[in-house]
Design a protein around this ligand. Structure first.
Ligand code: APR
Ligand code: PHB
Length: 394
């Protein structure tokens, strides 16, 4: 017996994007239902990046979930780029007047879940066969099965926040959808280790042996990455091999502060740039990884999802509160303008900081010349800084 539920906005995906959208809409008195194919523990357990733009912090404050972030987050006023051991600090505060906050995406997701539960949000976890239908009508539906029972959510709008592997983007007809992609010829191997960070700020390093990133989760827990082969598995990377490569790529000066130890999390992620257009189809709106992927080099994945959600929450709130559909009608073109700028920055920084197998000696020299230019030009450093702290919402 199918159970039919009526709501205003049905959100597919309960990652940070879907959770934040639900939270922001609830603040405007707009009811939502959240559907996810995983359970809460799985969603919270995903290890992701941890650098928040000021705009993301602002959104979490507006959502009323920034209390722990302000207590535990680490404010960073700059970060370093290193090339074969030479280091250059990008002084975010001096160049832009802004900072970033280091606070794991896992923590953001936990804080959002806690608040949604406090407000008795309706969730469906472990949902199967999720299908958004009637998207061109004014009564779209989302069909799914949960605990063996069929459900239909009848709603005004569907938000596709179901990530790169979700179903929402697939619901846009192939003759409407346009996709753009660049797959990078390497991956990132990441570890977590309970040792103080090698440096108090992040260090992105390009070395002849490959890229490395020294990041952190707190003053006692570090998050480190090395560029690895696309076919590599974690079994190819013992801790010993990791530490040897990581220290060499960081360079002797930066590695001086490195405290090695046993990793308790180790995983490999591929790198891609991806954009799907349009981000709206009838009553379906895409936000976050459902519509775009950025290489993690610029720390933009979560921040871009949050920016999409802020624009989508505004569009839906204006519809319900002021019967104004201007932001609904312009959502896709507005959000994509910013998506492409962030894709550009993430692609540019990835091209600058990694060893590409196909690069000629000339192209390697171009990478070094770009680094040397950054070191000698405040204007060049400012372009990196203003993208890193986050572009204006529109
Ligand atoms: N039906 C229901 N839920 C689904 C489906 C589906 N068919 N497919 C995927 N999902 C769920 C996933 O289980 C996940 O919880 O959608 C959610 C998508 O969450 P994210 O992938 O985290 O995407 P988003 O919310 O846009 O956040 C983007 O999260 O993964 C990181 O690097 C990414 O930092 C970026 C941020
Ligand atoms: C992280 O801390 O996981 C991190 C930080 C910066 C990045 C990518 C990942 O660019």
């Amino acid at each position: 017996m199918t159970k039919t539920i009526r709501t205003s906005v049905c959100i597919i995906g309960s990652g940070p994007g879907g959770l934040l959208l639900s939270q922001l809409l609830a603040g405007q008195g707009i009811e939502t239902v959240l559907i996810d194919r995983q359970d809460e523990a799985h969603i919270e357990g995903r290890i992701r990046a941890g650098v928040l733009e000021q705009g993301t912090v602002d959104a979490l404050e507006e959502a009323g979930v920034a209390e722990r972030l302000h207590r535990e987050g680490l404010q960073h006023d700059g970060f370093e780029l290193a090339f074969d051991g030479d280091r250059h600090r990008i002084d975010l505060q001096a160049l832009t007047g802004c900072s970033v906050t280091v606070y794991g995406q896992t923590e953001v997701t936990r804080d959002l879940f806690a608040s949604r539960h406090q407000q008795a949000q309706q969730f469906f976890f472990n949902a199967q066969d999720v299908r958004p239908v009637s998207l061109k009508s004014d009564r779209p539906e989302v069909h799914f099965v949960c605990d063996g029972r069929p459900y239909i959510v009848s709603c005004d709008f569907v938000a596709g926040c179901d990530g790169f592997h979700g179903v929402s983007r697939q619901a846009i007809p192939q003759d409407v959808l346009r996709t753009f992609e660049r797959v990078y010829p390497f991956g990132w191997l990441g570890i977590l280790v309970d040792r103080p960070p090698a440096s108090h700020e992040l260090i992105y390093a390009n070395h002849a042996r490959g890229f490395a990133l020294a990041s952190m989760r707190s003053e006692t827990r570090s998050r480190y990455y090395v560029q690895c082969g696309v076919g590599d598995t974690v079994d190819d990377w013992s801790d010993e091999r990791f530490w040897e490569e990581f220290a060499a790529r960081l360079g002797p000066d930066a590695a001086r502060g490195l405290q090695t130890g046993p990793s308790f999390e180790k995983s490999i992620a591929p790198l891609r740039s991806f954009v799907a257009e349009p981000m709206r189809y009838g009553r379906l709106f895409l936000a976050g990884d459902a519509a775009h992927i950025v290489p993690p080099t610029g720390a933009k994945g979560l921040n871009l999802a949050v920016a999409d959600v802020r624009l989508l929450a505004r569009a839906l709130s204006e519809h319900y509160t002021n019967h104004n559909d201007h932001y609904i009608e312009t959502y896709s073109e507005t959000v994509l303008r910013r998506v492409w700028k962030v894709e550009r920055f993430s692609w540019q920084l990835s091209n600058l900081m990694h060893q590409f197998p196909e690069n000629t000696a000339f192209e390697k020299r171009m990478q070094r010349a770009e680094f040397d230019y950054l070191c000698s030009s405040e204007a060049a450093s400012r372009t990196i800084a203003e993208n890193y702290v986050g572009l204006p919402l529109e």
